[in-house]
Design a protein around this ligand. Structure first.
Ligand code: HEC
Length: 395
């Protein structure tokens, strides 16, 4: 029971930290575009180093924010950095808790390239997160500064490759989350290893009365722009767990690419609206991406059913043998002590109402039983599918 509360609590923590990180990050992008130059002329207040100001309202008060060049260190300067760190740490712990426990069964499944051993899965899981950062960082350090377009094209190609790779070795659920974790790793390293140190050095130079290294500032800005554009794609992966029609689809990698295009386009729209230069064209990739994912996931017409009729009793027996270990009110599985996703197959009506999902997970994508822990046979899958295709009748 304790592990389940840990999982619940950790998820909540991750969610709150993530809201704070993304909230402050979206807020600063907006804030940066909202400054007005100080009023000029007769009687206007003169302020040294102030580039602009903006007013906000909250709780019946006006808040005035000035954008200043650093001239002296304020006594209570606030750095927004722990939101990002806490989001990442809690996310990483969740990844370990959900995917590394239970003998790695959530990482193993019927994939294009099935893995031979859980240790291989753990190595890919951890190695890909570290590897992605190293490759991304080197790319933007050596190519991105002078040739940002080339670096961007390479980055996008690598991202598609990583998504396809994850979807080839991991079951869809793990593949989607790992894509999010990979981008999240790049984001947190960008913040802590590139953006914050660059800001620190630039401020120190200024306070010492020297000229800051503008190239370094530009590189940090580049990283921060990347982080901004991938926020919505990462959010898509974070909630993808609930949508098996997407992550468990045969073309799940194409769906995730489509979602990434939608997310980045929407973010571009948000940013350009805040800049008061709305990029209307961004509706095009967003709508195309949406049309693509809907088209890909549109259910196929019901197949021709061949073979003798299957009775409910037969189907029910298969479900009792192969699914109850997890999907019953008191699971006997040693990892799942409560029914996953609250899905329980104990009554005929419950089974019938889940029939399309059962067909999809156990007969089509074959991602259930998880890791085929209950040794379901192909014959049983066919029988179950026949029962569903014949109308999932309860008599
Ligand atoms: C070893 C444990 C385990 C066994 C056995 C198992 N499942 Fe699951 N099932 C899970 C977990 C974990 C989830 C939630 C994660 C996910 O959706 O991948 C889940 C979720 C589901 C869902 C809800 C998500 C959706 O796609 O709508 C369905 C339906 C499902 N399983 C069907 C089955 C069927 C049918 C069987 C038996 C043939 C089965 N499961 C056997 C662990 C198991």
């Amino acid at each position: 029971m304790l592990d389940e509360w840990l999982s619940y609590g950790l998820r909540l923590f991750h969610l709150i930290a993530g809201i704070m990180w993304i909230g402050t990050s979206f807020y600063f992008v907006w804030l940066d575009f909202s400054f007005e130059p100080l009023p000029q002329g007769e009687g206007a207040e003169k302020k040294e180093g102030v580039e602009g100001e903006t007013y906000m309202v909250h709780g019946g008060f006006f808040y005035r924010v000035e954008k200043q060049k650093p001239t002296k260190l304020p006594p209570n300067l606030h750095w927004f950095k722990y939101e990002a760190l806490l989001t990442y740490v809690s996310g990483f712990l969740l990844l370990l808790l959900v995917y590394w426990t239970g003998g790695g069964m959530a990482l193993m499944g019927p994939t294009r390239i099935p893995l031979s051993h859980p240790h291989v899965a753990y190595a890919i899981s951890l190695g890909s997160l570290i590897g992605a950062w190293v490759i991304y960082d080197l790319l933007w350090k050596f190519v991105g500064k002078a040739q940002p377009t080339i670096a961007l094209v390479i980055s996008l190609a690598l991202l598609v490759g990583a998504i396809f790779g994850y979807c080839s070795v991991f079951p869809g659920r793990a593949a989607f989350i790992h894509t999010g974790a990979m981008i999240g790793t790049i984001m947190i390293c960008n913040v802590w290893m590139r953006i914050l140190p660059a800001q620190r050095r630039m401020i120190a130079k200024r306070l010492a009365g020297e000229e800051p290294d503008w190239a370094e500032g530009a590189a940090a800005k580049q990283r921060s722009l990347h982080n901004s554009y991938v926020t919505i794609p990462v959010l898509f992966t974070m909630i993808s767990n609930h949508f098996s029609f997407a992550f468990d689809h045969r073309l799940n990698w194409a769906i995730l690419c489509g979602l990434t295009v939608i997310g980045a386009s929407v973010r571009h729209l948000m940013i350009t609206i805040e800049r008061k230069q709305t990029a209307w064209w961004a509706f095009a990739p967003a709508s195309l991406g949406f049309a693509m994912v809907v088209f890909v996931t549109w259910p196929a017409p019901p197949p021709e059913v061949t073979g003798p009729p299957v009775s409910f009793a037969e189907a029910n027996q298969i479900i009792m043998d192969r699914c109850w270990q997890c999907h019953s009110s008191h699971p006997t599985d040693d990892v799942f002590h409560s029914p996953p996703n609250g899905v329980v197959f104990e009554t005929p009506t419950a089974i019938a109402s889940y029939a399309p999902r059962i067909r999809f997970r156990a007969c089509e994508s074959r991602s259930m039983p998880l890791g085929n822990r209950t040794n379901m046979t192909d014959e049983e899958r066919d029988t179950l599918q026949r029962w569903i295709d014949q109308g999932a009748r309860l008599d």
